[in-house]
Design a protein around this ligand. Sequence first.
Ligand SMILES: Nc1nc2c(ncn2[C@@H]2O[C@H](COP(=O)(O)OP(=O)(O)OP(=O)(O)O)[C@@H](O)[C@H]2O)c(=O)[nH]1
Length: 394
Amino acid sequence: MDITTMVFVLALGNLALCAALFFFEFGSARSPALSTWAIARQCQAAGWLLLYFRGTGVAPDLVSIPLGYTLLFTGVALEAGSLWEAAGRARWRRFIYPALGVAVAAFLACYFIDQLGLRVVASSLILGGFYMAGAVALALGWKGGSMLRRFMVVALAMLSLLVAARGILVLSMPGGWGWLSNSLVQALSSGAFVLLMLLTAFGYLLLAREQLQREIERMEVVDTLTDAPNRRGFFNLLAPWMALARRPGLPTAVVLLDLDQFKRINDSYGHPAGDAVVRAMVDTCKRQLRDSDILGRMAGVEFALLLPRTDLLDALLVAERIRRAIEAAPVKTERALVKMTASFGVTTIRPEDTTVSLFKRADEALRAAKAGGRNKVVQAVTPVAPEAWVTPAS
Ligand SMILES: Nc1nc2c(ncn2[C@@H]2O[C@H](COP(=O)(O)OP(=O)(O)OP(=O)(O)O)[C@@H](O)[C@H]2O)c(=O)[nH]1
């Protein structure tokens, strides 16, 4: 494939992707990273198209080449930016925009000094550099990342080097180096552009899908409002402690916590204020817990605490500490300072317990705390074993 056809393929490929992206996201709210990526692809499509038309008389070279490359640099820089955005570095503009400004100025200077040699050096190094910036953004998620992500990092880095290599070779050995002629390097670098177009397109979409899948899996076990484990997540984390309770050793305590008269908070200040109170309450609880303790949201404004290696007496002290902390820290919302209290039911896991019997006992204690006037800690009643029953003397 000759270079002109290659440039045409790149223009068409990017245009096709732009159209697919437009209809994929039509009418729905885009994520910032996806919006940036869509703009990046539009710039690249326009850039390659302008470069395809150079020398054809459609636009004078003096316009099509500087403008085409500027659009191309902008597209590749924004594509790197979208990868930084997706990696959670929202301040990428602070670095990418100045770098883009310097790159365009340097390219224009090189172009007007030497329309062939220096132009190739500058464009190859700039494009290679921006593609490498994208590879670095992806590499931020290397640890714990999927095989796809790691493959993308390695492939992007290698192709970026191949693109930059052309500039370096033209700069250091204008006549080529042995069998590595200039035309071979040019062909390799053009091939790298096509591979980069395909790889970034498919790779980016597959990575986005992978991230979505992870988010769905997380939502199955995590409550989105508080980021605490939800009912299912809490039961998953409780399971090993239930098994451990059948062995001799320190007990594990479970505390049920329910915010008092929460309906009135929603009714008086609105649901968003209620949400803020729930979040603040979780923060207050977490501050009173050890790292090994687990807080889960069971339903509505009812939470459970799992306190490993904690006996009943210590669990009662922890619950009392949390009760006081909640009472002493009114939550500041947009409309008012909201005072909050909570009621607690405390128990420990027994060897014969199932989750049903455990939670039934804790719930009975919680109900007793509510019935006793709320803002209280109540311990579960220990059932008397049948063999200890005493038959009254007749
Ligand atoms: N804002 C907000 N409200 C919630 C959320 N989850 C549950 N609620 C509300 O919390 C209230 C809980 O009510 P209940 O537990 O039945 O009763 P209560 O008003 O807290 O009174 P007691 O439990 O008897 O002290 C309901 O009005 C729910 O709509 C939430 O995530 N955000």
